[in-house]
Design a protein around this ligand. Sequence first.
Ligand code: B12
Length: 212
Amino acid sequence: MPTIADLRQKVSETQPEPAEEMTRTLLAEGFDPMEVLEDGVMQGLNDVGNRFAAKKAIVLDLVRAGVTAKACIPLIEEALPKGSTPKNNKKIVLGTMLSQHNIGKNLVGTLLSIGGFDVVDMGEKNTPWDFYETAEKSGADMIAVSVVFAPAMEKFSELLSLLDEMEVRDKYPVIVGGAVTSQQWADKTGANGWGAQAKDGVDLARDLLGLE
Ligand code: B12
């Protein structure tokens, strides 16, 4: 019987089919989907990322890691408990800044939707202006940004300055997360909230939008 550590190993080895099969088995065995995600898939991705940073892996390995994660995650999303949270009429604009890394953003979007929020997914490689414009046009209540690539950190600060300049900073609480970010960095930028994990996005949104 496979364990979550075995799944981590398969993801780390970037083997999509065995990882997908193992995810299916673990979920059927009743393992908590969030644990399968965080301790299996995410840790395996981190292993690949660490090897890449140490120059022991190449971009192709990152690509394969992404493909492997995308083979497992839909099964995990399907297994997440849903249905009990009613819609709350709060709209959140969500996107990545600069980067094409979208796995974390997609997870944040899924959990926000399950949590009753209306998510406007702007996709990848957005500029500060894209966030501002989409928030204004869609009548959003909040902006959520996924920053998974260091150059996007500066862009995130530019977004906060732009919102200031346009005199809408108070209108939109802005939350952020992603592999290269930290609570300390987010505090320094003046973000309204930071989350280490996708599920933190839901708690932050509830808090900042005054639900409960
Ligand atoms: C897979 C991967 C890729 C794939 C992405 C495929 C895809 N469709 O997403 C591809 C091949 C495209 C890729 C490309 C590159 N990558 Co890459 N990649 C990774 C890898 C291995 C996994 C990323 C991932 O999906 N993680 C899983 C998700 C779920 O994690 P996450 O995004 O952090 O999200 C979680 C939390 O952070 C949080 N979260 C995320 N966003 C938000 C938002 C909010 C509001 C909240 C509350 C929470 C939250 O919730 C999620 C779940 O808990 C990481 C290593 C790592 N440690 O993450 C490197 C990594 C991110 N990549 C890196 C690099 C350098 C690159 C490239 C520049 C490589 C190159 N030379 O070309 C390019 C950049 C391309 C570009 N312009 O975007 C570096 C970034 C380093 C840095 N300091 O900037 C990393 C960290 C690897 C490393 N250690 O060096 N990559």
